[in-house]
Design a protein around this ligand. Sequence first.
Ligand code: ZN
Length: 271
Amino acid sequence: MITRRLLLGPGAVASFMLSSAAEAKRRGRVTSSSAPLVMLDPGHGGKDPGAIGVSGTYEKRVALAAAQELRRQLLAAGRYRVELTRGRDIFIPLEERVAIAQQRGAALFVSMHADALADHSVRGASVYTLANTASDAQTAALARRENAADRFAGRQFHGVAPDVARILASLVRQETRSGSARLARRLVGSFSSEQMDLLDNPSRHAGFVVLKAADIPSVLVEMGFMSNHEDEAALRQAQHRTRIAAAMRRAIDAWFAQTEPPRPEPTRMAG
Ligand code: ZN
C-alpha cells in the first residue's frame, strides 16, 4: 500500500503541478509579474447572442474573436498581463464581469461589442464611458439594450455604498472617470488616425452597468454595428478585427504611458 502510494505519488504530484501551472497560465495568474492587468470583456455569450447581424452574424462571436486578437497583440508587447472575462461561449451577468475585474485587480477594463441600432445606415466604431445621464438618445437606447443582457440572468445591479464610505468612494470614482475619459479619447484618436470609420461624435456616455467599477477605468467599445451591412461584413473578417485590435492596442499603450509613472529599477534586499 505504502509502496504503491510512493510509486503513484511523484507522478500524481507532477501531474497536479502541471495542471495547476497550466491553470495558472490560462487564468493569467503569473504572480511573479508586476505588469498591470488589462481585463478584456467580450460582450454577451452563451444564451445571450447579443445583436444578430443583418446576415446572421452573432455579436458574441465577433466580440470574442476581437478580444482574443487584442489579447494576442497586447501580450506580444510583453508589458501587460491580459485576461478575458470569458474566453469561450458562456454567459456571464454584467455585474459579475465587473466583479471579475475587481477580484483580479485589473488596471483597465475594456468591454468589446458590436451591437445593432434601429437605423441600419449607421456605421463605424464608437467608445462609451459611464455617466448618470446619456450623451444622446441613441446611446441611451444602446445602454438600455446592453444592460438588458442581464434579463438572461434574472438579477439586478445593487450598488449602495454606506454613507461613510461614500465620500472616499466618490474621490476614487472621479479619478476612475477621468482615467476612463482619457482612454476613450485615446481610442477615438487611434481609430481616427487609422482612418477607420467612426460614428458621428464617437465618444459617448450613458449608464452602462458593465462600466460601473468605481475603481477601474472602464470603457465600452462598439467596434461597429451588426445592423449595418458593411460593418457586419467587415467584422466577420479576421483582417479587419486585427486592424481594430491594433488601433486599440496603440490607445492602451498610450494610456499606460501617460498613467504609469516610470518604474524604478527593482532594488534587491540582501539576505
Ligand atoms: Zn453588445
